[in-house]
Design a binder for this molecule. Structure first.
Ligand code: BTN
Length: 324
């Protein structure tokens, strides 16, 4: 264990109590200055300590930091985020890095997560705004045993997991087909699934998820296509990123197991309940032609069925839908 983690462990074990610099330095066999430097670094990471020249250090609130130490202690998944938990304070894009790891052979369930992304990728070449400590920016490597045509089921599954976990916080989220999670018409989370194929079909998938959690309403760029929101803006109080991540990983793993054992209908039913577009008038782009119609249903692969004004039913496979 590195020294910083050892200091943290001692302070957590005696949470709420003062631990003097002298005791820490004797127990861990380093100088008091070294202890002080590491406590300062932990503070920069977001941990909150009280310190007093006479009494030493005391840890305050539980830290909402997405490090493996904080998250794995309450993570009850079997595989997702367990053996391979790749954590960064800052990275360009977790999807980009997860892809490199997958190419190196990292297994299914590997989690890449960062406190901040400097070049977070959104769908259709857009950027995903990823400021330090405000949201969850994560990517999971999947190696599913599914035919290519069923892969879109994964995005829908992810949208269901996200919406259900957000519902538990007291919000009323909906899924705007195919990949957006909205609350009160504003975007709170997005999914970017990147599929890498080889001659035999799907080699691996990088499932990227971004969730806005503790952003204030003026904390977003102005030019976003769908107006953004966050848990904090909607509920008026901060959300626990650690708790949300633990729940999301569990829900994703459970739904993924259902998918692999041919229980997609169960997920589809949930997606229908959560959909913001079914039964509504929508428009979409079909190879440059704009088509308007009624969103009727989701088919067995999660594609959207839209009936146009002449009664023809279109199967919309990807792209973006606009409500009319
Ligand atoms: C969207 O445009 O709605 C999809 C957004 C996906 C953003 C996430 S954040 C973590 C992961 N890494 C990336 O670079 N993008 C995804």
């Amino acid at each position: 264990m590195i020294l910083r983690q050892e200091i943290l462990k001692v302070l957590k074990e005696r949470s709420g109590e003062w631990v003097s610099g002298e005791v820490l330095s004797k127990d861990l066999n380093v100088s008091r200055t070294t202890i002080w430097k590491h406590v300062k670094a932990l503070r920069d990471d977001g941990y909150q300590f009280e310190s007093s020249p006479r009494k030493g250090y005391r840890i305050m609130a539980p830290a909402d930091i997405l490090s493996p130490e904080e998250v794995q202690s309450g993570l009850v998944t079997k595989v997702f985020g367990q053996k391979h938990y790749v954590y960064y304070r800052q990275i360009d894009s977790t999807n980009k890095h997860a892809r490199t790891l997958a190419e190196e052979g990292y297994p299914e369930g590997t989690l890449v997560i960062a406190e901040e992304q400097t070049a977070g990728k959104g769908r259709r070449g857009r950027e995903w705004y990823s400021p330090f400590n405000r949201g969850i920016y994560m990517s999971i490597i999947l190696r599913p045993n599914l035919p290519l045509r069923q892969i879109p089921r994964l995005s829908l599954l992810t949208a269901v997991a996200l919406a259900e976990v957000l519902e538990e916080t007291g919000l009323r989220p909906g899924i705007k087909w195919p990949n957006d999670i909205l609350v009160n018409g504003k975007k709170i989370a997005g999914i970017l699934a990147e599929i890498i194929t080889d001659m035999d079909g799907v080699e691996f998938i990088v499932l990227g998820i971004g969730i806005n959690i503790n952003n204030s309403s003026d904390d977003f760029p102005d030019d976003l296509r769908t107006p953004p929101t966050s848990i904090m803006s909607e509920l008026g109080m901060p959300g626990s990123r650690v708790e949300l991540l633990q729940k999301l990983l569990l829900s994703l793993e459970q739904l993924y197991e259902l998918l692999q054992t041919d229980h997609f209908t169960f997920i589809l039913e949930k997606a229908r309940r959560l959909s913001t577009v079914l039964g509504k008038k929508v428009q979409f782009d079909d190879s440059g032609v704009n088509i308007a119609g009624m969103a009727l249903d989701l088919d067995e692969n999660g594609f959207l069925l839209v009936q146009d004004e002449k009664g023809k039913v279109h199967t919309v496979i990807s792209g973006e839908i606009d409500s009319l």
